[in-house]
Write a protein that binds this ligand. Sequence first.
Ligand code: HEC
Ligand code: HEC
Ligand code: HEC
Ligand code: HEC
Ligand code: HEC
Ligand code: HEC
Ligand code: HEC
Length: 408
Amino acid sequence: MIPNKKTSIVFLIALLPIAACLTRCLYQSKAQDPRGRAYAGSASCMQCHKDVYSSYLHTAHMQTSKPAGSETVHGSFAAGQNTFDFGTGQKMVMEKRDSGLYQTGYVNGRQIETERFDIAIGGIKAETYLYWKGNKLFELPMSYFKSLHGWTNSPGYAKGIINFDRPIVTRCLECHTSYIYALPQQSAIRQQPEFEKNSLIYGIDCERCHGPAAQHVEFHLANPAEKKTHFMVSYKSLTRDQKLNTCAVCHSGNRDQFEISTFNFKPGDTLENFKVHDYFPQKLNLADLDVHGNQNGLLSASKCFLMSNMDCMTCHNAHNTDRGNLAMYSQKCINCHNAANHNACTQKMGAATKTNCIDCHMPEQASGAIAVQTATERNTTPYQVRTHRIAVYPEQPQKIMDYLKNIK
Ligand code: HEC
Ligand code: HEC
Ligand code: HEC
Ligand code: HEC
Ligand code: HEC
Ligand code: HEC
Ligand code: HEC
């Protein structure tokens, strides 16, 4: 039979799924990394950058998202501590079952919904959890707050009501994971995104900050004697704005709208080019900058920043966990504000100030964007973040008194 045009088209269409599967399988055996062949995956960095790698594994960046399980979920599942009663006839219970950890909602004793903890986000001060429903992600109603040592309703949720329906959009994952593939939308109307589950890369990995590195890895594996860097953007070669942008991608707040996903951002790129322009035509006031997630905006409004060449790395080492080491951070201040500057506070407070400039000049402040409800008190507990607007805070007298008491 001589195939006519119609039958050959039908035949070709019938072949399509097989072809798609073949390219896909080939693609997957070659490139392990869901971002494509240009990426090598963090594990490959270990062989040559062992110290950076092992220090990095413990950072909040690397740990910011992970599969939820007994080791990664810090709230208690013990009887008596695993219940959150809204006091409205609605109640949440956290349970361990053979198939995983679950949050179950009850209204007047009747079970209304039960969903599994699939992904854990955070873990330093607060932890929130996501669950899969098909290819969509949702936030679970209960989060864990370290300062309360217990479960609370998830940030921003209405008081007293169980809510399993909050969708997780790509933006959330752009800041808290290295990558996920969002499936193309079927309709022109914006809908809740659907994701390809297996493409998720947990944590913020090496290549999320340094850009695709497969060529770098390939070159140095082939040329082990070469000590000069090849095929890798050097941070030192970047302008100040480019340096700031590598952090501002995730540390300049939640208000901007992006037309290009920041998953594509590489060091050397300009963040402005990823944004929808003039989404907020008016410049924000200082008071609009929330401490949560906007370190870039707040720092930029500080005299220290405006009158020096500082960037985030002046004080931070992206591969280390330095939280709590206020003496180390204070040394960074002293590097610029040395005794010769004779500033008023060091003269007044003497040597004691040397180990902690931070509590007075970068105090913790309550986020206006995040607050949670506690089970016992019906009021809300704020989420505290250190402000990056370095300044004199005369409204901090209690902090200063506490501080002086502690150092005697
Ligand atoms: C086969 C060895 C090898 C592997 C694997 C490797 N690198 Fe490198 N890398 C080097 C060498 C050699 C240098 C240059 C000397 C140095 O700075 O350590 C370098 C330098 C760098 C620099 C510094 C760039 C600069 O000039 O400031 C970065 C960043 C970097 N690598 C990132 C990575 C990342 C991310 C990975 C994993 C995806 C990786 N490397 C995997 C060998 C390797
Ligand atoms: C891909 C997004 C992303 C990028 C890029 C990024 N951060 Fe972060 N950063 C986060 C998130 C999310 C957290 C909160 C992690 C958590 O506690 O779960 C965080 C936390 C931090 C912390 C607190 C660490 C701790 O121990 O609690 C510091 C400091 C920080 N980032 C500095 C930087 C600097 C400096 C850069 C640029 C070199 C940078 N970040 C780039 C997303 C990012
Ligand atoms: C949060 C962003 C971020 C992540 C994640 C990150 N780095 Fe870096 N890395 C930086 C920055 C910024 C610098 C430049 C530091 C400087 O010059 O002050 C740097 C410098 C380096 C350097 C050269 C200087 C040095 O410290 O040795 C290497 C090598 C490197 N990174 C490798 C890695 C590897 C490997 C990983 C993953 C295990 C990784 N980085 C994860 C931001 C990051
Ligand atoms: C623009 C980037 C950005 C977006 C979008 C974002 N976050 Fe964050 N998130 C951060 C940064 C940065 C921090 C840590 C420092 C801070 O609070 O300023 C953080 C902190 C957190 C923490 C506390 C982490 C800890 O270790 O204590 C949780 C939980 C969290 N975010 C969940 C979410 C969820 C869920 C979403 C989406 C619905 C989301 N975030 C969207 C950047 C972002
Ligand atoms: C890279 C250098 C540099 C670093 C690091 C630095 N500063 Fe500054 N800071 C300056 C400069 C320059 C000024 C403006 C001139 C002045 O007042 O000395 C300033 C101003 C200040 C002011 C006065 C602010 C105002 O609004 O009047 C305070 C307070 C201050 N710095 C505290 C700190 C603290 C605390 C740290 C560490 C967390 C720090 N600085 C780190 C350079 C720096
Ligand atoms: C002058 C020094 C300095 C500079 C510059 C600086 N930071 Fe910080 N940062 C600190 C100190 C001090 C802390 C508090 C550490 C602690 O509590 O142990 C901190 C904490 C943080 C935290 C955790 C906040 C919290 O309360 O959970 C994040 C996130 C962060 N910095 C990001 C950044 C980013 C992004 C930049 C650049 C835009 C930056 N920092 C620039 C000194 C600095
Ligand atoms: C106990 C709280 C406290 C501590 C700790 C502290 N400061 Fe201050 N600082 C102040 C106050 C209050 C002022 C305003 C003083 C005034 O106007 O008389 C000030 C002013 C300043 C200024 C403004 C310039 C000036 O000379 O007036 C700088 C810079 C500064 N401090 C840097 C630092 C550095 C660096 C450290 C750590 C070595 C530090 N401070 C520790 C409370 C503190």
